[in-house]
Every structure is written in structure tokens, then in C-alpha cells.
Design a protein. Sequence first.
Length: 262
Amino acid sequence: MIVAGCDVGSLTAKAVIMNGSVLGHAVIKAKSRPEESAAEVMNLALERAGLKMQDVDFCVGTGYGRNKIPFVNLTVSEIACHGKGAQWIMPSVRTVIDIGGQDCKAMRLDKDGNVLKFVTNDKCAAGTGRFLEVMAKLLEVSLDELGTLSENAKDPLSLSSTCTVWVQAEVIHHLNSKKPIADIAAAINRAMAIRVGILANQVKAEKDICMSGGVAKNKGVVAHLEKVLGVKIKKLKYDPQIVGALGAAVIAGEKVRGGKAG
């Protein structure tokens, strides 16, 4: 039984092919048309798995562009998919923090990966990948550098706001004051962690806690979030960006085994 999950987000598109284990996966930068993103990333994942689309028994779509994916059998919210994906990778996970390009979600799970409670921030750029993109551009560094720079901070600064607009003004002030880039980067990552920590506390986060989404690769944000929450965040053994697509594939497998594939 071959199943697939396709997650078309605002900044990236992801696909996973499974048959009980992961056979292939792919991540690409999203195109302007979700259906094009879906086709490209699915073809790439299938190629890596040595398969073709006709080999797939059931496919679930998720992400903001899920309703534009023409080849899926079912669409499911990204919240449900991230829960299933994280729990499949690490059965002990009970809280997932997913930071995407345009939103941030925190969800508490039961032992089967079903979502018991969730909260999302999709009205403000603060606490999202977009926030970090804006800040990295201001500092003239890459997103990867923004994460690692804060490890070298000697005197981390504080930012008085978590609003993207006001933080930009503060960062520009610190740059003009010749503050060390590492200290500013640490302040940015800490501001992000505080914002995300508020969401996690709203769902009454329980251990084990993991992160999904591209921001999970930012060492600075993860380190500061661990301090905010007072716990060690578990690192998933798969690319955190594919957790939603993986969860979609897991749900596809459940549908087939439950006789609901028709």
C-alpha cells in the first residue's frame, strides 16, 4: 500500500511517500500557483521513491493551498496533519509547536496524535517565519546565520515589543548605535520565542514537546524557547519541514486501512 501526503504552504511545498515507512520526500520553494507547487514537489518525492503517481493508492492534501491540489483524494487541516506527523515520528510527543512562514500554531495531542487543543496566530507576522525573514534582511544575514549568530552573543539585548513594525525600528536603532550583530540577533530570536511561548502556554503544553516547520532549524529560537518554557524541546529525526506532509500521508494510510479510500 503506497500512500502520499502533499503540504502546500505559503513559502514552501512538501511531499512524502510512504508504505509504513518513508520511501521518499521533497521540499521546494512554493510557486505562485499552488497546483504547480503540488505537482512539482510530488513528482520530485515520487522520483526519489522510484515510483509514479499511478502507484499511489491514496493521497491527502494539506496546507493553505490544499484545496487547489488536483490529485488528492482528501484534504485535511494542517493542524491535524502536524499532530499525526509528529506523533508518528516520536510517539511520546504531546505538544507540537509549528512555526510556518505566515502563521504559528501550538497543539496538544493525545497518545494517538489527535489534537486535543490548539491555538494559532495568523493575524500578525510576529512569531512567524516572515518575522525572521524581515529581521535577517535588516541585519544583512541569512536565515541560517540569524539562528547561529545568537550563540555568540556577549550581551544579549532586549526588545520592548513583539510587533514586527516596532521591532524593525528598534533593530535599526541598535544597528545605528553600533551594537554587535550577535547581540541583536539574540534579541530577535528571544522576542520570537516569547511570542511563541505565549501560544504554547495557552494550550497548556505538556512534555514531550517538539517543533515542526522551518523555524525549528533556527538554533537561537529553539534555545530561547526552551528557556521560556523551562523544558528541553525534542528534536525530530526527520526534516521538521515535512512533518505536515508526513502526517497527511499517515492519515492517508489510516483511510486505506479503514476501508474509506473510496
